[in-house]
Ligand binder design. Structure first.
Ligand code: DPP
Ligand code: ZN
Length: 892
């Protein structure tokens, strides 16, 4: 496979001023006529247009058919030499959407046409310069049978529609803004829609529409509300107004990712559009809001200003994830009291950090580790990663932390002033931010900060505290190192260098009171101080501190780093009880729980009996009984750290022992604190009409966590409560919560009864059947034989990515007992499924391939069969470039 390097970027030698596309839509042979107005920028340059799986029908230059010896065409590209400086190129080609199982380019789902072009799907639609720095103005004509495809949509504004002979019709669309081809979209078929008109701050009316399968339109109202909220939020928070007269979202059941930000015509996985209380959970509602927001926010951060090349992907994704995180936090906090709002924001921050640690930290320490701006790739589809997205968002957040919210907003404004309408780089973004930073903080710059864009790996920050009783000072020393990660350094790449790390710190006295912090030489005192670590090791002195304090470190997770400090259990318990920063308070509990689970994992692996420490039980009891904590936050504090996060702390991972130990802790907490959990259940009922708002959602989260914990502890009466809740539930959160606890911790017969009932109730709603598969895929009783049986169920298909993710991915990624069972049957199943998926959809197969990323860290008995499974996949003839890249890197 060819490796593409960031250093090799060259501008495209042609300008494509306009693109006129005409589609004759037919499921088995769609014809695409493309008319490109070209300007050659480099003398003698050859025109190379990407094209894959296309049948070339004809090529004309300035109206004349091009002689066959003037061009070549192969499986990758059409090449034309000797074009004049200005010309009009007309290309007719054909493709077959009905057999396109990759879901890239033009494909058919449920009888309707959809497109997906990011990153490199447009080349499966027509021959084109499929790269983000080639920006053009598009007009699009769609023609198709009117009865079969009554709705014909593309980007921008509708110019007109008319009927044609033979029962066909056409629609003409025009996108007034230049765009790269990855933002092109078309949709054709039978749809229902909901719509409303919203007014922008400058007084323009915008038509907002959400399209879905006929009959589903009632379930799209939350998405439509979320779209309107997104529009208002981007105006109020960033002064960014929608630039189109019309904004459409279309839901499809078959989609490789969550959603896609095509200009004016977002295409969404139905899972992130459809909701009603009966079949969507609280988590589904918040995902819909976040993803609708995310794609909408791309209109400015991604579309108006786009990426020069795919190495700059984080330019739009990190920034847009940051923006959707802020949007969700603001929406959660809206209409709450100040105290509740602070707690809701902390919950959002915790959830984002949990995701980062579970997905990104392992990635950054494994064979796929890469900087947020990668240096090279073989398949760009493999770089839509937690690093580019979630770590990318943290790098943006740090810039906000360093500049302050006002400074950051000014920096963003400067970014748009400089680059609106352009395809730019991450450096351009930082330069815009830096211009504000330097103006407001003379003498400072972002030189060191920029290293975050080119260094992979999670930095570790070691903290040392020295109290001088005589001088009444505390000296804090921070030292950073970026461990070599498990990847070869690139040729010529220098050693890891120190990063610019904003490190928020507080100090508590031994009774848990917050100490006012005053740095030597300063007159201001504050509860939290932001230390800026820019070299390998630095010291700060705080004055006026009589007794040795307990530090509260990396408040609000001010940087994506791992903190090393030798807390005693008693100090952690103090922080858990008293820290004024909600994030670090939660963190203290997580650290206590991690220590407990890791100790028990070692006991389990060594065959020693397991016993939970009394001090840990007491700490959890105190949280359960603390009257001031709100439900959502309390649930986050009580929840145990996840297996993937815990595994990163083990030198050799024994996943089954870890799962057993973690479940043991849950069960013991349930058993020993049964009365407290029951009180949490009783005090957090949510009668009345369903609302996905944070307060009732938080109550349900705590109540369902408490009930499941009681069941984990096999507490008498818990199962009956779960069965009763399952039967009487008025919303999916409660129904699924009860079902999940029955499947995970209940008696097999009770679980099976409920599963059967659930299937019958929801047989006709695929999104709920996905949940049914996922619950079983992750069930403690589900082994490889059981998952194979589920894969034979008539409702299962690998062709639908949501279904494949629900069963196969969930089993391989989130069922440690089943997947890692001794003997390697899980790994053989993985290899089979990767290969079967790869034949259909390489993008999705490559994601599943990553289930083995961390294989070298497992105990030897598992490592050997894991390696075998990886080798088996790697040597498979005809393996896609995408999967080849993943398994080869894993085996390197
Ligand atoms: N659709 C994906 C996202 O919005 C890729 N752009 O993140
Ligand atoms: Zn995005």
């Amino acid at each position: 496979p060819v490796t593409i390097s960031r250093q090799d970027y060259r501008p495209y030698p042609f300008e494509i001023e306009s693109v006129d596309l005409q589609f004759d839509l037919d499921p088995t042979r769609s014809l695409v006529h493309s008319r490109l107005a070209l300007q050659r920028l480099t003398p003698d340059a050859e025109l190379v247009l990407d094209g894959e799986e296309l049948e070339l029908v004809s090529v004309k230059v300035d109206g004349e058919v091009l002689a066959a010896d003037r061009y070549t065409v192969d499986a990758q590209a059409l090449r034309i030499k000797g074009l004049p400086e200005h010309c009009v190129l007309e290309i007719t080609s054909a493709c077959n959407p009905s057999t396109n199982s990759t879901l890239m380019g033009l494909y058919v789902s449920n009888g309707n046409f959809f497109t997906q072009c990011e990153a490199e799907g447009f080349r499966r639609i027509t021959f084109f310069a499929d790269r983000p720095d080639v920006m053009s103005r598009y007009t699009v004509t769609l023609r198709g049978n009117k009865a079969a495809y009554p709705v014909l949509l593309s980007n921008g504004n509708l110019l007109g529609e008319r009927d044609l002979e033979d029962g066909r019709h056409e629609a003409r669309w025009e996108d007034p803004f230049r765009k790269p081809c990855y933002l092109f979209a078309l949709v054709a078929g039978k749809f229902a829609h909901v719509e409303r008109t919203a007014r922008t701050s400058s007084g323009r009316n915008i038509l907002l529409q959400v399209y879905s399968d006929p009959g589903s339109e009632d379930k799209t109202l939350y998405a439509l509300d979320s779209l309107e909220r997104s529009m208002i939020w981007d105006e109020t928070r960033y002064g960014l107004e929608l630039d189109l007269d019309r904004f459409m979202i279309v839901a499809t059941r078959d989609f490789n990712m969550g959603a896609m930000e095509n200009k004016g015509l977002n295409i969404f996985n139905a899972a992130y559009v459809l909701a009603d209380p009966d079949f969507a959970t609280d988590a589904n509602y918040s995902d819909i809001e976040a993803i609708v927001g995310h794609e909408y926010f791309h209109n400015w951060t991604g579309n108006r200003v786009t990426c020069r090349d795919w190495f700059q992907l984080s330019l739009k994704e990190g920034l847009t994830v940051f923006r959707d995180q802020e949007f969700s936090a603001d929406m959660m906090a809206a209409s709450l009291s100040a105290e509740e709002a602070a707690s809701a924001r902390a919950v959002k921050r915790i959830d984002d950090v949990v995701t980062l640690r579970a997905a990104q930290f392992p990635e950054d320490a494994g064979p796929m580790a890469h900087p947020i701006r990668p240096e090279s790739y073989q398949e760009i589809g493999n770089f839509y990663t937690a690093t580019v997205y979630e770590k990318g968002a943290e790098v943006i957040r740090m810039q906000q932390t360093l500049l302050g919210v006002d400074g950051f907003n000014a920096g963003l404004k400067e970014y748009f002033r400089r680059h609106d309408g352009q395809a730019v780089t991450c450096d351009d973004f930082v330069a815009a931010m830096e211009s504000v930073y330097q103006a407001r903080h003379p003498g400072k710059d972002l030189t060191v900060f920029r290293r975050w864009y080119r260094q992979a790996g999670t930095p570790r920050v070691t903290v040392t505290l020295r109290h001088d009783a005589a001088a009444r000072t505390v000296t804090v020393e921070l030292a950073q190192r970026s461990d070599k990660v498990g990847v070869e350094r690139l040729p010529g790449e220098p050693d890891k260098q120190p990063l610019h790390i904003p490190f928020a710190i507080g100090l508590l006295d031994q009774t848990g009171r917050a100490l006012p912090l005053r740095l030597a030489g300063s007159t201001d005192a504050a509860d939290t101080v932001l230390l800026e670590l820019t070299t390998e090791r630095q010291q700060w002195v705080f004055e006026d501190i009589a007794d040795a304090p307990v530090p509260s470190l990396l408040r609000d997770f001010s940087a994506p780093v791992i903190v090393e400090y030798d807390f005693s259990d008693a100090e952690l318990a103090l922080l858990l009880a008293h820290d004024t920063n909600a994030f670090t308070r939660w963190e203290a509990g997580q650290e206590l729980a991690s220590r407990e689970i890791l100790r028990l994992t070692a006991d389990q692996a060594a065959g020693r009996p397991l016993s939970l420490s009394a001090s840990f039980v007491n700490a959890w009891a105190a949280v359960l009984r603390e009257p001031t904590l709100d439900a959502a936050y309390r649930e986050r504090v009580l929840a145990l750290p996840g297996e993937k996060t815990l595994a990163e702390r083990m030198t050799e991972v024994d996943p089954v022992a870890l799962a057993v130990a973690r479940d043991f802790v849950r069960a013991e907490l349930g058993r020993q604190l049964a009365a407290d959990w029951q009180a949490a259940v009783d005090n957090n009922q949510t009668p009345g009409e369903y609302s996905p708002d944070p307060i009732p959602a938080g109550r349900r989260a705590l109540k369902n966590f408490a009930l499941a914990t009681l069941q984990a502890g096999q507490v008498a009466g818990a199962e009956a409560q779960l069965e009763a809740q399952y039967a009487a539930a008025q919303n999916m959160t409660d129904r699924l919560g009860a079902l999940a606890a029955l499947v995970q911790f209940g008696e097999a017969a009770a679980a099976d009864r409920a599963l059967q009932d659930f299937y019958q109730r929801w047989e006709h709603e695929p999104l709920v059947i996905d949940k049914w598969f996922a619950l079983q895929a992750t069930g403690r009783r589900t082994d490889v034989a059981a998952v194979r049986k589920l894969a034979d169920h008539p409702a299962f298909t690998l062709r639908n990515p949501n279904r494949a993710r629900a069963l196969i991915f969930q089993f391989c990624l989130n069922n440690p007992r089943g997947f890692h069972a001794a003997g390697g049957a899980g790994y053989r199943f993985w290899a089979e499924q990767v290969l079967a998926l790869d034949a259909l959809n390489p993008d999705v197969a490559a994601r599943l391939a990553r289930a083995m990323d961390r294989w070298v860290r497992f105990v030897p008995a598992l490592r050997a069969p894991m390696r075998q499974a990886l080798e088996q996949v790697r040597k498979h003839p005809g393996l896609s470039r995408a999967v080849t890249e993943i398994v080869s890197k894993a085996l390197e």
